[in-house]
Design a protein around this ligand. Structure first.
Ligand SMILES: Cc1cc2nc3c(=O)[nH]c(=O)nc-3n(C[C@H](O)[C@H](O)[C@H](O)COP(=O)(O)OP(=O)(O)OC[C@H]3O[C@@H](n4cnc5c(N)ncnc54)[C@H](O)[C@@H]3O)c2cc1C
Length: 381
């Protein structure tokens, strides 16, 4: 066992720590108050290579290992939780397009996504189903050298700023999960409309609903084999779930550190409030949980790097760590007294922003189902 990071990984962490503190954190609240997509930061993240972490080098990416991508997302979360969605989405799209798309699609979209010029969204969820993703109803019908797409996709991160979507649709509806295909769909095609959401947090990721009405795309925009998308997308979730754990930990850890400073400074009854065990013990407890959770995420991503199974481990990252981080941030809010409830400190925004990750990419219930299936066998759960 080797718990040491490589020199390259240490450099990534150090340089992103200052980027997060000096450039992201000062504008974190701005995107929340305005609800704008942080386009200028996307360009910067692209220039720094953060949007190409999982894009092949031939297409302008870094092709870095999963552990390094995890370290990167954890550091970015210390500055702006919502900028992590840039890493998350481009890692997801980079993995799927990099492995399974036609070379022309890769050349057209991967370099532009890695540089921050184009935004690619992941369009799986529909109004009637999210957890039960195999029940999607969007249809793709082959007509000669084209597919025609119809359907509605909901909850899509970055949709309102998106240039293309990886859209999942049924090509063989009778076959359930084995009838799902994925397509690269430019979002400026005729027949496409989008509607923005009013979310409680994560406002800068401009989520929305996508409507597809007789949208024609070339057959070459199919990603991977026809009817073969479902297992591929599920394998990609195993990767992003490790990243999500670390992005929540980054936000919780920085909040904990800010709270230590605050409670050493704030006095009550003639002494710093940190002198009360009722104040310092919750911080010690959450720090312990975050430390354990962090190593679990690193190990999950390491397993992926080694090509070893990590289905249950990834589900543990997604199913439990956002809850641990919500608990951390909520206690930190209380330890700030009434100031924690104001917008003078970032703690209330982090609580709203991190809450989205209790649901996105699969709820805690669905992650427990995955873990239980691994323990009992599919037929007994
Ligand atoms: C911030 C955010 C970003 C998102 N980004 C995207 C995106 O980019 N692309 C995309 O496609 N989707 C995205 N989503 C959607 C997300 O993946 C779904 O919301 C999620 O999978 C849950 O699906 P649902 O909302 O339809 O809830 P449902 O599936 O209707 O579930 C409702 C409740 O029932 C529970 N439940 C369902 N089935 C079971 C069961 N068998 N056992 C126990 N409990 C069960 C669930 O856990 C949940 O609590 C995003 C969501 C959020 C909040």
């Amino acid at each position: 066992m080797d718990f040491e990071f490589t020199e390259e990984q240490k450099i990534v962490v150090a340089s992103l720590r200052s980027f997060a503190t000096e450039e992201l954190l000062p504008k974190y609240a701005h995107w929340d108050r305005t609800g704008e997509f942080p386009a200028e930061i996307w360009q910067k993240m692209g220039a720094m290579g953060l949007l190409g972490l999982r894009v092949p080098e031939a297409y302008g990416g870094q092709a870095l290992d999963c552990v390094t991508a995890g370290l990167a997302i954890e550091e970015v979360a210390r500055g702006d939780f919502n900028c992590c969605y840039g890493i998350l989405n481009s890692s997801f799209a980079g993995d799927l397009l990099g492995k399974y798309a036609a070379p022309e699609i890769q050349a057209a979209w991967l370099p532009a996504m890695a540089s921050g010029d184009k935004v690619v969204c992941i369009c799986l969820t529909e109004p009637h189903c999210g957890s039960d993703a195999a029940s999607i109803r969007a249809r793709a019908l082959r007509r000669g050298d084209h597919y025609v797409l119809n359907g509605e996709k909901s909850a899509i991160t970055l949709l309102m700023a998106g240039d293309a979507g990886i859209v999942f649709a049924k090509t063989a509806p009778e076959a359930g999960a084995k009838g799902v295909s994925a397509f690269l769909v430019p979002l400026d095609l005729p027949g496409i409309t989008r509607l923005p959401y009013a979310d409680m947090g994560a406002k800068g990721i401009v989520r929305g609903s996508l409507f597809l009405e007789d949208v024609e795309i070339p057959a070459g925009n199919l990603i991977g084999p026809e009817n073969g998308a479902f297992s591929r997308v599920m394998q990609t979730f195993e990767y992003t779930r490790g990243l999500i754990g670390l992005m929540c930990i980054g936000a919780a850890q920085v909040t904990l550190e800010e709270t230590i400073t605050y409670t050493k400074d704030r006095t009550a009854f003639g002494q710093p409030i940190s002198k009360n065990q009722g104040v310092s013990f919750p911080i010690a407890e959450w720090f312990t949980r975050l430390t354990m959770a962090r190593w679990h995420c690193y190990r999950t991503l390491w397993l992926r790097d080694q090509g070893l199974p990590h289905n249950s481990e990834a589900a543990m990252c997604k199913g439990f760590i956002p809850e641990i981080c919500m608990g951390t941030i909520q206690d930190c809010m209380v330890l700030h007294g009434h100031y924690g409830y104001t917008q003078d400190f970032p703690v209330e925004q982090r609580l709203r922003d991190v809450a989205g990750q209790l649901i996105a990419d699969g709820t805690p219930q669905i992650q427990k189902l995955i873990i239980a299936r691994g323990l009992f066998g599919r037929d007994f759960v």
